[in-house]
Design a protein around this ligand. Structure first.
Ligand code: FE2
Length: 134
């Protein structure tokens, strides 16, 4: 059986101010070539996303696609593994990994940062931000 899935069927998109699942990318609009660019990605900045054993953000993935290249580069994969579960059962620990990350990378080309986040029950969400290298 042949399956054809369009990107839009797999990744949800929305305005992060109205939809709690959308990754919010915070970084400079313009950077200098070969200088580290700090990037913060969070989910639920305006409307908090739950963080429980039953409902949580499992990971954020970050990619960068230079504007003149065909393929993106994977900057990093960030796993959030503690969501309240313990040997006593769901939501019985006091340990919950928060779903935000700060990382840095460098490039000598302008391009687009893509951030995807995965909610264990609401699927994949995607956002992007252009950066210009001076
Ligand atoms: Fe969710």
């Amino acid at each position: 059986m042949e399956t054809s899935i369009e990107t839009g069927e797999l990744f949800q998109k929305a305005d992060w101010k109205k939809e709690k699942h959308v990754p919010v990318i915070e970084c400079p609009d313009t950077i200098k070539a070969e200088e580290l660019c700090e990037v913060k990605v969070s989910i639920g900045k305006e409307i908090a996303h739950p963080n429980t054993t039953e409902h949580h953000i499992a990971w954020i993935s970050l990619l960068f696609k230079p504007c003149d290249e065909k393929f993106p580069y994977h900057i990093g994969q960030f796993l959030f593994n503690a969501h309240g579960a313990s040997v006593q059962g769901p939501n019985t620990s006091t340990v919950y990994t928060n779903h935000s990350i700060i990382t840095s990378f460098k490039t000598s080309k302008s391009g687009t940062i893509f951030a995807s986040g995965y909610c264990n029950i609401h699927g994949l969400w995607l956002s992007s931000k252009d950066i210009i290298v001076e």
